[in-house]
Design a binder for this molecule. Structure first.
Ligand SMILES: O=C(O)c1ccccc1NCC(=O)[C@H](O)[C@H](O)COP(=O)(O)O
Length: 203
């Protein structure tokens, strides 16, 4: 079964909708420059609305260690997801499982990165877009992926129309979607979320 993470949740209604259609995880963006940014107080309110067994993922981009630590504790995050230039030593320093985002281009050799982040709980492969750390809505070439030898999450430009093909080609452990299920940046479209879920679950 392919797991599903809905990313860029900014409000209680969208969090509840994601949980009610069976999302395995939700992601909250702790990055001020994002249109999907939340602060820890808002995040607490959103996360408090979730039922049990939905994994709470916090996204960071080159944040100071003190900020990551404080946010993790304040919001009871289950998993940390690092989108920037965080080193392996930095990522493992918070006493939580972490996911490292690898930005895919035709030229990048993923193998050294997979080895460097060997203790990551998972790797998230996203499209490399200049000047954008995530949530670009752009896909990379799913055909070009080597065997990574660990759980990895497919992200970047997924939506209800392409996710079934993406899974068939790339065979990820999980898929991650944000802009492909939005009606505007930071606001989810609940119908798009449900259609995305149905495509992944094959129903
Ligand atoms: O969503 C953002 O604005 C964002 C900003 C900075 C770092 C990460 C961000 N989002 C990450 C994601 O939403 C996803 O993990 C991933 O990039 C897929 O996004 P999308 O292509 O929009 O489905």
């Amino acid at each position: 079964m392919v797991r599903i993470k809905i990313c860029g949740i900014t409000n209680v209604e969208d969090a509840r909708a994601a949980a009610s259609i069976g999302a395995d995880a939700v992601g909250l963006v702790f990055y001020d420059k994002s249109p999907r940014a939340v602060n820890p107080v808002r995040a607490q309110e959103i996360l408090a609305a979730l039922p049990p067994f939905v994994t709470r993922v916090g996204l960071f981009v080159n944040a100071p260690a003190a900020t990551v630590m404080a946010t993790t504790q304040q919001c009871f995050l289950d998993v940390l997801q690092f989108h920037g230039e965080e080193t392996p030593a930095f990522c493992r320093d918070f006493g939580r499982p972490y996911i490292k985002v690898l930005r895919v281009t035709a030229a990048v050799d993923l193998q050294p990165l997979v080895e460097a982040y060997h203790d990551a709980q998972g790797l998230l492969l996203d499209c490399a877009s200049p000047g954008v750390w995530g949530g670009s809505g752009r896909s990379f070439d799913w055909w070009r992926l080597p065997e990574l030898g660990k759980a990895w999450i497919l992200a970047g430009g997924l939506d209800a129309e392409n996710v079934a093909d993406a899974i068939a080609i790339a065979q990820p452990y999980a898929v991650d979607v944000s802009s492909g299920v939005e009606r505007s940046p930071g606001r989810k479209d609940h119908d798009k979320m449900a259609r995305f879920m149905a495509q992944v679950r094959g129903t």
